[in-house]
Design a protein around this ligand. Structure first.
Ligand code: AMP
Length: 294
C-alpha cells in the first residue's frame, strides 16, 4: 500500500494506474476509520481495480465553534485498517498541502444546502463540496463512494457531480450500525456510556417513522411528533431538526406521496449526531442512487 501526503505523488500513482487501464475507486474520509468507512472501501474493492482512500480532516467544513481541533486522528490505526482492506493508495495530506495559498475559489451548491444540516452549520457544505472537488481533480477516479449516513452530503455531492459534469460514477452505500441501531460515526468516541445509550433512541425513532408509514400514516407532522416524543423521552433535549424532505424537490411535504428522507440532528451532551432513513411512500427503505432525477 502506498501512503503519500503530496498531491504530486498521487498524480504519479494515478497516471501509472491509468496507463495500466485500472478502474480507479475513491473513498474520501476524515479518518478515525470504522466499519462504516470500511464498507465503502470493501464496495470500492469489489467494483474497482485500484482503490484510493483519502484521510484529511478538512478545516473549511468546520464552523469556528466546532470540533476541528479535537477531531480524532488515529493515523497509524487507520493505515493498518487500510492495509487489511488491501487499499492501494492512501492520500493523507497536510492542511498546507491542500490549502497552500489564500483560497479565492470555492464550489457551492445552492437550495439543497439551505435545509437540514445546512441551516445549522453555515458554510459547512461549501467546505465539503470545495474539498471534494479538489480531491476529485487530484484523484480523477472512475467511481467515488459515499455513505447514506450523511444523506444530505451525498445528495449535495451528487448534485455537484451532475451540475459540474464530473465524469465520476457516484455510489452511496447503506448506513452501517451497531447492534443497538446506533449509526457508526467517528464522533461516537466523544459519547459517555450513558450518552451512548441515550443516542440509541435515534434509530428507534426512525424505525417508528418507518412503521407509521407502513401502517398508512402519511402526514409528516404526525410522524415528526412521534419521532420527537421518542427522542425527548430518552432525555435528549437539544434537537437541531427533525425533518421529512422530498429527495427530488427538497421540499418538506405536509403529505408524503413520494420518496421521503426522514432526517434528524440532535446534540447528546456536547456531541452533535445525525441519522436518517430514506423511505418510499409505502415505507420501504431505499438507498440514494446516482440515477434519481434532480
Ligand atoms: P467522514 O470520515 O465522517 O467524513 O465519512 C467519510 C465517508 O464515510 C462519508 O461518505 C460518510 O457518509 C461515510 N460514513 C460515515 N459513517 C458511516 C456509516 N455509519 N455507514 C456508512 N457510511 C458511513
Amino acid at each position: 500500500m502506498l501512503v503519500v501526503s503530496k498531491i504530486e505523488d498521487v498524480r504519479l500513482a494515478i497516471s501509472d494506474a491509468k496507463r495500466r487501464n485500472l478502474r480507479i475507486g475513491f473513498v474520501p474520509t476524515m479518518g478515525a476509520l470504522h466499519r462504516g468507512h470500511l464498507e465503502l472501501v470493501r464496495t470500492a474493492k469489489v467494483e474497482c481495480d485500484f482503490v484510493v482512500v483519502s484521510i484529511f480532516v478538512n478545516p473549511t467544513q468546520f464552523g469556528p465553534s466546532e470540533d476541528f481541533h479535537r477531531y480524532p486522528r488515529p493515523i497509524e490505526q487507520d493505515l493498518e485498517k487500510c492495509r487489511e482492506q488491501k487499499v492501494d493508495l492512501v492520500f493523507n495530506p497536510t492542511v498546507e498541502e491542500m490549502y497552500p495559498d489564500e483560497t479565492l475559489t470555492s464550489v457551492s451548491v445552492s437550495k439543497i444546502t439551505e435545509k437540514l444540516c445546512g441551516a445549522f452549520r453555515p458554510g459547512h457544505f461549501t467546505g465539503v463540496t470545495t474539498v471534494v472537488s479538489k480531491l476529485f481533480n487530484i484523484v480523477q477516479p472512475d467511481a467515488a463512494y459515499f455513505g447514506q449516513k450523511d444523506a444530505q452530503q451525498a445528495l449535495v455531492i451528487r448534485r455537484m457531480n451532475h451540475d459540474l459534469n464530473f465524469p465520476i460514477k457516484l455510489r452511496v452505500c447503506p448506513t452501517v450500525r451497531e447492534d443497538s441501531g446506533l449509526a457508526l460515526s467517528s464522533r461516537n468516541q466523544y459519547l459517555s456510556a450513558a450518552e451512548r445509550i441515550q443516542a440509541e433512541c435515534l434509530y428507534q425513532s426512525l424505525k417508528k417513522a418507518k412503521e407509521l408509514i407502513i401502517g398508512g400514516e402519511n402526514h409528516s407532522s404526525v410522524i415528526i411528533s412521534a419521532i420527537r416524543e421518542i427522542i425527548e423521552s430518552s432525555g435528549i433535549n437539544k434537537i437541531d431538526y427533525i425533518s421529512i424532505i422530498d429527495t427530488k424537490t427538497f421540499d418538506e411535504p405536509k403529505i408524503i406521496k413520494d420518496d421521503a428522507l426522514v432526517a434528524l440532528a440532535v446534540r447528546v451532551g456536547e456531541t452533535r449526531l445525525i441519522d436518517n432513513i430514506l423511505l418510499d411512500s409505502k415505507g420501504n427503505e431505499l438507498i440514494i442512487t446516482q440515477a434519481d432525477q434532480f
